[in-house]
Write a protein of this length. Structure first.
Length: 95
């Protein structure tokens, strides 16, 4: 079942990630997208900290696609409530 768009929860500077949710039948699933992944999707150019929110907005469709595919890799009864998306997950867009 496809996940639905959720909320953007913002930046976690200490972890160097952006956090967002998607919804599965009303239940939120948290995704943590690494800045490394986001920079790779943006062509390998590292953004300044104050540009991360705008970068997330631009990359959101790609990040949500990766999140959906990553989520689908888990068996139904073993899906975690938080999934970390790393630069290695970019390969999921190539499928």
């Amino acid at each position: 079942m496809p996940l639905l768009k959720g909320e953007y929860l913002g930046i976690r500077f200490g972890r160097r990630v952006c956090v967002f949710t998607m919804r599965n039948v009303g239940e939120p699933v948290t995704f943590v997208a690494s800045w490394e992944l986001m920079d790779d999707l943006a062509g390998g150019v590292a953004k300044k900290n104050d540009q991360r929110d705008a970068q997330f907005v631009r990359l959101r469709p790609q990040l949500e696609e990766i999140a959906q595919r990553r989520y689908n890799q888990f068996p139904d009864d073993q899906r975690p409530q938080e999934i970390i998306l790393t630069a290695q997950d970019r390969r999921l867009l190539l499928r």
